[in-house]
Design a protein around this ligand. Structure first.
Ligand SMILES: NC(=O)c1ccc[n+]([C@@H]2O[C@H](COP(=O)([O-])OP(=O)(O)OC[C@H]3O[C@@H](n4cnc5c(N)ncnc54)[C@H](OP(=O)(O)O)[C@@H]3O)[C@@H](O)[C@H]2O)c1
Length: 142
C-alpha cells in the first residue's frame, strides 16, 4: 500500500532530532500541506519553524503526558497521517527485571508502548477507509 503525501496533513512525534526530524523534512519536501512537529521541548523546533514557516506547526508533546496529548489533539484536528516516531531505545529492553534496569524498562514501556498507543486518538479522521490517507505509522520497537 502506498501513502499519499502530497496534500497531506501529518503529525510527527519526536520531531526535534534524529529520524523524526528527517521525516518532517521529507514530508515537506514531498508536498505535505502541513506538518505538526511534536517535541517535548518545542524550543528545539525553532530551526524547522524558521525554515518552513506556516507549513510547520510546532507542538509541545510529551507522549506520556495525557494533558499534552489532549492539548495537541485540540490544536491539530486535521491530522490525516500520524507518524508515531517518538521513543527511547536500547537502554534496558524487555529483559529488564530488577533494580535500575526495571526503572529504565518501565520508562521504555511508558514511552514506546503506552505513549504510542495513546496517540492512536489521532487516527480518527475525515478520510474514508479506502483513502490513501487516514494512515498511521508506528516506530519499530527495537
Ligand atoms: N535508530 C534506530 O536504529 C532505531 C531502531 C529501532 C527503533 N528505533 C526507534 O525509532 C524512533 C526514532 O529513532 P531515532 O534514532 O531518531 O531516535 P532518537 O534520536 O533517540 O530520537 C528520539 C526522539 O524521541 C523523542 N522522545 C523520547 N521520549 C519522548 C516522549 N516521552 N515524548 C515525546 N518525544 C519523546 C526524543 O525527544 P528528546 O530530544 O526530548 O529526548 C527524540 O526527539 C525511536 O522511537 C527509536 O526508538 C530506532
Amino acid at each position: 500500500m502506498s501513502v499519499e503525501i502530497s496534500g497531506a496533513v501529518a503529525l510527527v512525534t519526536g520531531a526535534n532530532r534524529g529520524i523524526g526530524r528527517a521525516l518532517v523534512e521529507a514530508l515537506l519536501a514531498k508536498g505535505a500541506d502541513k506538518v505538526y512537529a511534536g517535541a517535548r521541548d518545542p524550543a528545539k523546533l525553532a530551526g524547522l519553524v524558521q525554515q518552513y514557516g506556516p507549513r510547520l506547526v510546532a507542538l509541545e508533546l510529551d507522549i506520556t503526558d495525557p494533558k499534552q496529548i489532549s492539548a495537541a489533539a485540540a490544536a491539530a484536528p486535521d491530522v490525516d497521517l500520524l507518524i508515531n516516531n517518538a521513543g527511547v531505545a536500547g537502554e534496558a529492553g524487555v529483559a529488564a527485571t530488577e533494580g535500575q534496569n526495571l526503572v529504565v524498562g518501565r520508562r521504555e514501556f511508558e514511552v514506546n508502548v503506552f505513549g504510542t498507543l495513546a496517540l492512536r486518538r489521532f487516527q480518527k479522521n475525515k478520510h474514508s477507509a479506502s483513502s490513501r490517507r487516514g494512515f498511521h505509522v508506528d516506530k519499530p520497537l527495537g
